[in-house]
Design a protein around this ligand. Structure first.
Ligand code: TRP
Ligand code: SF4
Length: 406
């Protein structure tokens, strides 16, 4: 899978709840970032269908269609199944097993203290979220991430706490289950196996990191271990853990990676979201794209064409920030403030840019919809691949927890 130009050993995992057809907010906020990352990292992208159930367990009738629609949109937007693994959570039941095992050692307070727990209960008042599944959902997410030993998890701001929780869970797991008897001696024996120069490099890196917190040394030490051609998996886990001063690293602590466009503006200037009814879908009919943007609210002070306006008070300006080049933006700023241009005129370049963006995506959606077997094939292949990795992780987890018997 991994090609030479990808940053060695760096793995990305990200998921989306199965919400169905995606809109421009998903495209700019999440998908464009995925498209870029798939060339830089080994990526796993998945449909978090079980996560949808943690809130919407009472309405499952659209679950399947939403899943296909969403995957189709991913593919149409350019997620490339040849270089990324695309899968569906419920097709990799190992996720449930990992969550179960993690739940044994996760203090209840860690979950109760996740801010989204109370917030979402408040916000989604019409749903009964006093359920075990809803409380446990951040742990389900931890399992998703730890299963693939992901180094990086691209998420929105609201999800950073879940990645933090995941780090704590991994640390606790490694601490409890990563210290097999004789850990120290086994680590020393593994160091000797590194041989001559590598051995010295590792030892120096370990000291610099543990005594001076030198992060470059940590990276260098990891590289020695990860690039070593003939270490066993157990030895390399031991050496990674020993390098940082902990037990054997069985589960890898991930880093959150904030998505660069956290809040894509909706038609009304609020964050674009289905629940605000302010979206343009990637599959929006072209006439409706025009209509929706043409009727977008503008600076409310600009009642007549001859009234000057202020872009900072206008949702359309937010869209120019995304879609227009400097020249067009200057034209907007000057034209608006001097009443030199009208709002209809001002919206024109935005309309053109949105259409240019969605048209090719829509073409690809149409191609895929006329060949549903292709999408099915891609997903089932991705699930197989994900499962291979999941099985490996679960073998290690079971082993570490004393569940290796058959
Ligand atoms: N909880 C995320 C959301 O609601 C979706 C998700 C589930 C996820 N598992 C994940 C995101 C793992 C990143 C990594 O948006
Ligand atoms: Fe908004 Fe453009 Fe009209 Fe100014 S000219 S109020 S920026 S739409």
């Amino acid at each position: 899978m991994e090609s030479d130009n990808k940053t060695a050993g760096r793995r990305v995992l990200s998921g989306m709840r199965s919400t169905g057809q995606l809109h421009l907010g998903h495209y700019h906020g999440v998908l464009k970032n995925w498209l870029k990352m798939q060339h830089e990292y080994e990526c796993f992208f998945f449909v978090a269908d079980w996560h949808s159930l943690t809130t919407h367990y009472e309405s499952t009738e659209n679950l399947e269609q939403n899943m296909w629609d969403m995957v189709t949109d991913w593919l149409a937007a350019g997620v490339n199944p040849k270089i990324s693994t695309i899968f569906v959570q419920s097709k990799v039941p190992e996720h449930a097993e990992l969550m179960l095992l993690l739940s044994m050692m996760t203090p209840l307070g860690w979950l109760e203290r996740v801010p989204t727990y109370k917030e979402q209960q408040e916000k989604l008042k019409d749903l009964d979220l006093a359920t075990y599944g809803f409380l446990g959902y951040p742990l389900l997410q931890s399992g998703d991430i730890l299963m693939y030993k992901a180094d990086l998890v691209p998420v929105g701001e609201d999800q950073v706490v879940h990645v933090e929780l995941t780090r704590e869970v991994a640390r606790r797991f490694n601490h409890i289950y990563g210290r097999d008897p004789g850990f120290e001696e086994k680590a020393q024996r593994a160091i000797r196996k590194l041989g001559g120069q590598k051995k010295r490099l590792y030892e120096r890196a370990r000291v610099s990191y543990q005594e001076q917190g030198d992060l470059d040394a940590l990276v260098a030490g990891k590289q020695v271990v990860e690039n070593h051609p003939n270490l066993t998996v157990a030895d390399s886990e031991r050496l990674l853990g020993y390098l940082e001063g902990g037990g054997r690293v069985i589960l890898v602590e991930p880093q959150a990676m904030l998505t660069p466009v956290p809040k894509f503006p909706g038609l009304d200037g609020q964050k674009m979201s289905k629940s605000y009814n302010n979206t343009i879908s990637l599959r929006e009919d072209i006439d409706d794209v025009q209509k929706k943007i043409r009727t977008m609210p503008t600076d409310p002070a600009r009642v007549r064409r001859s009234d000057p306006g202020e872009p900072e008070k206008c949702p359309v300006w937010e869209w120019h920030k995304v879609y227009s080049d400097d020249k067009t933006r200057d034209w907007v700023q000057q034209g608006c403030r001097s009443a030199g241009i009208g709002c209809v005129e001002c919206k024109k370049p935005v309309i053109d840019a949105v259409i240019a963006e969605v048209e090719p995506i829509q073409q690809r959606v149409a191609e895929m919809e006329s060949n549903p077997d292709m999408v099915r094939g891609i997903v089932s292949e991705g699930c197989e691949r994900a499962r291979d990795t999941a099985r490996e992780t679960m073998d290690e987890v079971r082993h570490a927890m004393g569940l290796q018997y058959r």
